[in-house]
Design a binder for this molecule. Structure first.
Ligand SMILES: Nc1ncnc2c1ncn2[C@@H]1O[C@H](COP(=O)(O)OP(=O)(O)O)[C@@H](O)[C@H]1O
Ligand SMILES: [Mg+2]
Length: 541
């Protein structure tokens, strides 16, 4: 007993000493038994249910002080709903030790306790009393309940999980869930629990599984997840994946294995792998086809490049040839014009002088002969004129003697006289000096342009201008005729226009022709200055 609950309270009830006989019998034993008992103990009056004595453990456990206890009855520590049962059990006549069973009690602070009550009826001062020992089993019950709950949870999980679960001892199943039965095609749990690995697993895989399970049971480290094939009772072979863990079953080392049917997964994986391989093969084939196509394409491109090179080279050769021919033509014209003019002219002049000499010496009466000689002289004059004209047409002397500007002026005047089309020639600056080769080019182009106006334009007026702007010469021939058509410009048979373009090519120049229907045609020629073109001549030697 603690200091808080002195022995006197146990020894005595108010007013009346009650323990004299009892204490006389075994005061020391009772005191030890009652006071130092670790379980709450009390004595109650069976009539009034009043507490007659309580021990220290009761005070500690229930939270009431000794005085409070002695002022209370058993009903005060019972939940109201339990009171009828309490009264009923007390009214039952009992003798000696009575395991009163489980009771619910309330502590002072309202905590509900579950106690296993052992009571003994005794006679006390002529009254019926009960000595009771309360074993608080609240915690034990709570632990039992939670154990039961968790066992129920575990059972629910194991029974309802889709994976097969089996516990084996020395590879023999001692527990299995329904999924395990379903996996193996078994109908009865006894089939599973009595089975051996060899009955369930295909022969090839059984030894390995056995070895793994035993190793796991021994607690050896190693792969805890592995695959093997089982043969179901219907003969179907399935692939399972097992993951196992070492446990204790009824004190024995055992193995808990979770099995999952991965047959479909393996099939799907295999199908996927096949599809992947097929795709890969397809891609490879396509890649080969594609690279072949690319090769062919590259060959074609190379061939086309070769053809283009070839074309370009032959075009360049053609340009060179045409340049050379134009140049030769010009030289030939110069030579023929000079020889015709000079040699034929001289010969005819000599002929005319000789004829005049003969004419003077003819007798006066020889009138018919004199007339013949006069006719001959006249014929020689017209022949000389014809030769001059032919020579000029071949190569106007003025171009070589006085240069481009004078030659153009002369040619324009001559054209106007011949065709009746009004011509105006302007130049800027006044004193343009052009080298003989460019002069020949520009003169010939102008000749062709004017000829075209006369032949095709039906024009009434021509404006011709020669300008030197910056480092280029520009010749423009503008008429007010019908206007050149697009078709004529694009026509490969338009050799005159092509000739114009060919003539400027060696200079890196260009020819622009544009026509507006009914309003005339403009031919503009640009030739850069400075560059010397070796292949061209046009100047007199
Ligand atoms: N000034 C122009 N006005 C209208 N048509 C023209 C003019 N110049 C050229 N053409 C047209 O362009 C064509 C090609 O000219 P060209 O190549 O010189 O060939 P050609 O003079 O021998 O016919 C001519 O047939 C003509 O129809
Ligand atoms: Mg022409």
């Amino acid at each position: 007993m603690t200091a808080k609950t002195p022995i006197s309270r146990v020894e005595t009830l108010p007013d009346r000493p009650w323990t004299e006989e009892m204490l006389r019998e075994s005061a020391t034993q009772f005191q030890l038994l009652f006071e130092h008992n670790p379980h709450p103990m009390w004595i109650t009056d069976l009539e009034t249910l009043r507490f007659l004595a309580v021990n220290d453990a009761a005070i500690q456990h229930y939270g009431y002080s000794g005085e409070e206890f002695l002022a209370m009855t058993l009903k005060d520590i019972s939940p109201p709903e339990d009171i009828p049962a309490l009264l009923e059990s007390i009214s039952r006549p009992t003798h000696g030790l009575d395991r009163a069973g489980t009771r619910r009690h309330l502590t002072k602070n309202g905590t509900l306790l579950e106690v296993e009550l052992t009571s003994h009826t005794l006679s006390f001062a002529g009254r019926r009393a009960a000595l009771a020992l309360a074993d608080d089993i609240t915690e034990r019950r709570r632990a039992e309940r939670s154990l039961k709950e968790s066992e129920e949870h575990y059972r629910a999980v194991v029974e309802n999980v889709a994976d097969a679960i089996v516990i084996t001892v020395d590879t023999t199943p001692v527990f299995a869930n329904n999924a395990f039965l379903a996996l193996h095609g078994l109908v009865d749990m006894s089939q599973a629990l009595g089975s051996s690995l060899e009955q369930l697993i295909i022969p090839g895989d059984a030894p390995l599984v056995k070895e793994r399970m035993l190793a796991r049971q021994r607690g050896d480290p190693g792969a805890s997840v592995y695959e093997y094939r089982i043969r179901r009772t219907d003969g179907d072979v399935r692939t399972v994946q097992a993951s196992s863990v070492a446990i204790t079953h009824k004190g024995e080392p055992a193995v808990l294995a979770v099995l999952r049917d991965i047959t479909e997964r393996r099939h799907a994986e295999a199908a996927l792998r096949r599809a992947h391989e097929e795709l890969e093969r397809g891609v490879q084939e396509r890649t080969v086809e594609l690279s072949q196509a690319i090769e062919i394409l590259q060959e074609q491109i190379a061939e086309r490049h070769k053809a283009e090179d070839h074309l370009r080279r032959s075009q360049e050769q053609l340009h060179a040839l045409s340049t050379r021919l134009l140049s030769m033509l010009e030289e030939e014209r110069i030579r023929i014009a000079r020889e015709t003019h000079d040699e034929l002219g001289q010969a005819l002049t000599a002929l005319k002088i000789a004829l005049a000499w003969i004419r003077q010496r003819l007798p006066a009466d020889q009138k018919p002969v004199q007339d013949k000689a006069d006719q001959m002289a006249h014929l020689i004059d017209t022949t000389v004129q014809a030769i001059r004209r032919i020579a000029t047409e071949l190569r106007p002397r003025v171009l070589d003697d006085l240069g481009l500007v004078a030659a153009l002026e002369w040619h324009v005047r001559e054209f106007q006289d011949r065709t009746g089309v009004a011509c105006a020639f302007t130049r800027s600056p006044e004193d343009i000096v052009v080298d003989p080769a460019r002069a020949t080019t520009l003169f010939r182009i102008c000749q062709e342009a004017l000829t075209n106006v006369a032949r095709h334009a039906n024009a009434t007026r021509i404006d011709l201008s020669l300008t030197q702007a910056g480092a280029a010469l520009c010749l423009e021939v503008r008429d007010d005729g019908r206007g050149i058509s697009e078709e004529a410009m694009a026509d490969p048979k338009s050799l005159g226009l092509m000739g114009m373009r060919e003539r400027v090519l060696p200079w890196g120049g260009d020819v622009h022709i544009r026509g507006i229907q009914g309003r005339g045609t403009v031919v503009s020629v640009h030739i850069p200055l400075g560059k010397k073109e070796a292949g061209l001549s046009g100047a007199p030697p």
